[in-house]
Write a protein that binds this ligand. Structure first.
Ligand code: FAD
Ligand code: N01
Length: 545
């Protein structure tokens, strides 16, 4: 690598924040390119999402054969998933295996929280500071900090006075948490709550679920992977990976060509029934118009509501659990194992926070406008400061000292969800403006890292000291992302896709809704055209030697 003469010695070519799937994948890529790299990770182990979210029931909802790295055919052949949707411990074992197999640990600094980053204009380098005050000097600075890595704990009055146990699903302790014999409250019914609730209900003396917005949820139909299935997957893994990367969402399958409203009702219901029994998260892809046309969406939403009504024996309870007032899929749908069935249990109570909001948390429990619930444990399944949380948690100063928070004051502004103007040699993976949370995130990570690797190689070949996107390209990409979203039903729900989860966050649709396939084509076009949206600058000072 050509390096400018600089008074600040370079620690590494590429400084990466985060040892989740994205950071580890990028480390592999940098080694392939012959660049030195280091990951700084705040946790005491790798795994990211799968390190932190240890709550009982945590598992992926993309089939594990597809929710796994695609870069190594050997890895594909040697790893065996035990279930269709692996549990958190199994995914973490996979991460540990990958770390060992590719000897990643020597380039990872654990227990290291990044607290600041400044672009040094004259040096054309980044100075990245960790919590000990140590400064790391790097040519490239990459945030692989994830879309869902900053847990959100609400601030109910009195919360800190609670004398029982309290946990957040995304800060779950390593030690086993005992529900047995206890009165447990769970606040939040998103994907995390929906996974935890059936298990907590089986063990707790009593479970009280505090629900604000009912969610659509599809049964996972999880099951063990048989030896025969495993052999079949491995026999066609290379084709399977290509299929996933080329599919609209990285899940490996295509929606039908027929639209929901074109299908005769009996056929549509039959199709939904098949999907309900097999597709899991892919249910949303049952028809291509489900997220584009409210009437089409209603057909799927009605089907799911009928399933809830048929499952939950108490009609009043079924009604409270039934999502209404927003389109199916516009807010992230859940994939569950026995969620609605749980409400038929005698030891489970549902509190509808729309009718009776929480007023305060007391020393002994939770008080709503109507009643007081004494509990021994409160579990906050209240989600994350999504998409931008980790990127804006500490100041990142670009060229001329502008912070990322200032540049993004009206919402995130990116080109391809990977870079922004005014921040040379700074990248983020699966950022806002990329398919990210609307896709199989592992496939998005593979795609983003491949693309970034090629870009770094290109910059090296042309001897560029810095790579930066133009403001015009960023503005055009943001407009494109907004236009696409405006043609969908996504903005019609209150969701973290829109920044609704945090008060005061700008309300803009953040992910790219055109699908991973379309996104990848656009990325490839940019590369094939020689990156016309980017500016490559020479060294400000003469290269050493
Ligand atoms: P993360 O895994 O979030 O890793 C980011 C890392 O950065 C973390 O280790 C964090 O500690 C570290 N970090 C952040 N800030 C700093 C800092 N300032 N200093 C140092 N370190 C820092 N996606 C799917 O596609 N399919 C699924 O089935 C699926 N299931 C999920 C289940 C759960 C419970 C959750 C929460 C998310 C799920 N996701 C799923 C999304 C998931 O986040 C991604 O699939 C993927 O794991 C993200 O990997 P990542 O490396 O980008 O980010
Ligand atoms: O978080 P969420 P999550 N008062 O934001 C409620 C991935 N994931 O951790 O909807 C009262 O979805 C909030 O209510 P409302 C997946 O991408 C995947 O569950 O805002 N309630 C909601 O019910 C997922 O989408 C899996 O009205 C409050 C809940 O808390 C993402 O991670 C498993 C509140 C938060 O739901 C996040 O999921 C887990 C308040 N002040 C996670 N604040 C898989 O299955 C929040 N809530 C693969």
């Amino acid at each position: 690598m050509i390096t400018p003469a600089s008074p600040r010695p370079l620690d590494v070519d590429v400084l990466i924040v985060g040892a989740g799937f994205a950071g580890l994948r990028l480390l592999h890529e940098t080694r392939k390119l012959g660049l030195s790299a280091r990951i700084l990770e705040m946790a005491d182990g790798p795994g990211g999402t799968w390190y932190w979210n240890r709550y009982p029931g945590a598992r992926c909802d993309v089939v594990s054969a597809d929710y796994s790295y695609a870069f190594s055919p050997e890895l594909d052949q040697e790893w065996r998933w035990s279930e269709r949707y692996a549990t958190q411990p199994e995914i973490l074992r996979y991460v540990d295996h990958v770390v060992q197999r590719f000897d990643f640990a020597r380039d990872i600094s654990l227990n290291t929280t990044v607290t600041g980053a400044v672009y040094l204009d004259e040096d054309q380098r980044w100075a990245v500071t960790d919590h000990t005050g140590r400064e790391w000097i790097a040519t490239y600075f990459v945030m692989a900090t994830g879309c869902l890595s900053v847990p959100k704990k609400p601030d109910f009055p009195g919360q800190d006075d609670f004398r029982g146990e309290s946990y957040h699903t995304a800060y779950w302790p390593k030690e086993e948490v005992e529900f047995g014999g206890k009165r447990v409250a769970v606040i939040g019914t998103g994907s995390s709550g929906t996974q935890l609730i059936p298990i907590a209900a089986e063990q707790a003396a009593h479970l009280t679920v505090f629900q604000r917005t009912p969610n659509f949820s599809i049964p996972a139909r999880n099951r063990p992977v048989t030896d025969e299935e495993d052999r079949a997957i491995k026999a066609e893994y290379p084709e399977r990976r290509v299929r996933a990367l080329n599919s609209p969402t990285g899940l490996g399958f295509e929606p039908t060509k027929v639209k929901a409203l074109e299908a005769p009702e009996d056929e549509r219901l039959k199709h939904y029934e098949t999907q309900w029994n097999s597709a899991g998260f892919g249910f949303i892809l049952s028809y291509p118009d489900l997220l584009l046309d409210q009437r089409a969406n209603d057909t799927a939403a009605d089907f799911i509501r009928a399933k809830i009504a048929a499952t939950v024996k108490n009609p009043e309870l079924a009604e409270k659990l039934s999502p209404t007032g927003y389109p199916f899929g516009a807010k992230r749908a859940c994939v569950d194992s026995g969620y609605f069935e749980t409400f038929n249990r005698d030891n489970v109570t549902l509190v509808d926070m729309r009718d009776t909001p929480i007023v305060e948390i007391t020393e002994t429990g939770i008080r709503t406008t109507e009643a007081e619930y004494d509990v021994d444990m409160i579990v906050y399944a209240t989600g994350f400061d999504a998409m931008t949380g980790a990127l804006l948690r500490f100041p990142i100063r670009g060229a001329g000292g502008l912070t990322l928070a200032e540049r993004w004051a009206d919402g995130p502004k990116t080109f391809l969800g990977i870079m922004t103007d005014g921040f040379p040699n700074f990248f983020f993976l699966t950022g806002p403006g990329s398919p990210s949370v609307l896709s199989n995130v592992l496939m998005s990570i593979e795609q983003h890292v491949d693309w970034l690797g090629r870009l770094l190689e290109h910059a090296r070949e042309r001897g560029a000291a810095t790579t930066e996107v133009t403001r015009d390209a960023v503005e055009r990409w943001v407009d494109h992302v907004n236009e696409l979203a405006a043609g969908t039903l996504y903005p019609d729900a209150r969701s973290y896709y829109m920044g609704d989860e945090i008060a005061g966050k700008p309300r803009v649709f953040m992910p790219y809704s055109g699908g991973l396939r379309g996104f990848r084509r656009r990325c490839e076009e940019v590369a094939a055209n020689g990156y016309p949206e980017l500016v490559f600058r020479e060294h400000a000072v003469q290269p050493v030697g």
